[in-house]
Design a protein around this ligand. Structure first.
Ligand SMILES: Cc1ncc(COP(=O)(O)O)c(C=O)c1O
Length: 415
């Protein structure tokens, strides 16, 4: 839309870009330059090289998350795959997973040869514990991939208790929950293993990157070997004793999913910045929620007091609108500078796909609540650069878009 057309229309327009990442701290840029100058981009040396950036990152990340061991890999999706294989998922094994998650999660289950068993969600967008119990029993699954999609945490104490009762190994997908807590305890400290992402839109950014943490000797050794350590595992610092690797070095394949020293160098100086970033993200989220809650047909579910979330994005449900109105609302917002994603689209688009789009799944388990909720679910990024005035503008665009969308489809039946 041209500047003149925008003015003539008399509508608010947001000129920013919600997908703007934070710059890499200067210390990371300097470390990256040093590496490029000496060429040591591979995480392993053979002789006389000191600890690599990747080994140091693993040590620091293990400390940060309160875990004994950490393995850095090339993406969050690969961390999930390595985790699944390292806890013993074999071809054909059922893996429970909440139906609201992102494509790399069922992708990792498929990659590991597992069979995804979709579990329903509740109105807070998190796993439904009754359905978890029912599906665990009917599928005979021994594994739960618990995805904290978009940073929404279930009652993890109750999930952990259910896993114990049902004999499930818990793998936490913490791609959106670095620094988040449930009842004061860090997400990523509940399961046998937890996985994080360092893809650009996450809490730390190296473009691509994944980190797996665990306290278990054998899981850690298998993960290091599978990540592609070329038997150079003694160069890892957050690792179990060498004797543990003797148990696995002949049976675990080298899958070459290493994190490069360069990615690690970019992440390391971001770790001390996390608490400050969390405060800023919470303030932006609260600011927007206060304004969005005034808009009709737009519902932001309340977050429980026990949930210490670090919202790098915001989700809300469209209610009392038909499909034409929802589509028109999203299009109006986009046309006025607010890029929203909508999980109700027929086709998978960008980052937004729905479980029924994953047609490679061997079975589609019924998830009626997820189907209803995803039909009206919207998602937006929260860049740390969003000022208070930006929040006003974004909210104004949404309010005006809602009015326009309501008018556009009012003759059609409501959902
Ligand atoms: C919920 C969730 N899990 C896992 C991942 C995988 O992360 P990556 O993009 O690093 O593979 C993502 C990526 O966005 C995600 O949203």
């Amino acid at each position: 839309m041209s500047a003149q057309a925008k003015q003539a229309e008399n509508r608010t327009h947001f000129a920013g870009d919600l997908s703007t990442p934070e710059p890499i701290p200067e210390a990371g840029i300097e470390a990256a330059l040093r590496l490029m100058r000496n060429g040591r981009l591979f995480r392993y040396g053979e002789d006389r090289s000191g600890p690599s950036e990747a080994a140091m990152l693993e040590e620091e990340f293990a400390t940060l998350t309160g875990r004994r061991y950490c393995v850095a890999v090339n993406s969050g999706g690969c961390a999930l795959y390595v985790a699944l294989k390292s806890v013993g998922v074999s071809p054909g094994d059922a893996v429970l997973v909440n139906a609201f998650t992102l494509a790399p999660v069922p992708g990792a289950i498929e990659h590991a040869g597992g069979r995804a068993v979709l579990v329903d969600i509740d109105d807070r967008y998190v796993i439904d514990l009754d359905d978890l119990e029912a599906k665990a029993k009917s599928s005979g699954a021994r594994f739960l991939m618990l995805s904290y999609m978009r940073g929404h945490l279930p009652d993890i104490n109750r999930v952990s208790a259910a896993c114990e009762r049902l004999g499930l190994v818990l793998i936490e997908d913490c791609a959106h929950t670095l620094g988040a807590t449930w009842a004061g305890r860090a997400a990523g400290s509940f399961g046998e293993v937890a996985c994080f992402s360092a893809q650009t839109f996450k809490h730390v950014n190296s473009g691509e990157g994944g980190l797996l943490v665990t306290d278990d000797d054998d899981i850690a050794a298998r993960a290091i070997l599978r990540s592609g350590s070329y038997m150079l595992y003694t160069q890892h610092r957050a690792r179990p004793p060498a004797a543990v690797f003797e148990r696995h070095r002949y049976t675990v394949p080298n899958c070459s999913m290493r994190m490069s020293a360069l990615a690690a160098a970019l992440i390391r100086p971001q770790l001390p910045a996390l608490p400050g970033r969390a405060v800023r993200w919470r303030a932006i989220h609260a600011n927007l929620v206060a304004r969005l809650s005034q808009i009709p047909h737009l519902c932001v579910p309340p977050r429980p007091a026990k949930e210490g979330f670090v919202p790098s994005s915001l989700q809300f449900s469209l209610t009392g609108l038909n499909v034409t109105q929802m589509r028109s609302f999203v299009a109006e917002c986009r046309a006025h500078g607010v890029y929203l994603k909508w999980f109700g689209e027929d086709r998978p688009e960008g980052f937004t796909s729905r479980h029924d789009h994953w047609r490679y799944l061997r079975q589609h388990w019924p998830t009626p609540n997820a189907d209803r909720i995803l039909a009206g679910l919207c998602d937006m990024r929260l860049p740390l650069s969003l000022s208070e005035a930006d929040c006003w503008t974004v909210a104004a665009v949404m309010e005006e878009s809602m009015k326009a969308a309501w008018e556009a489809g009012r003759d059609e039946s409501q959902v």
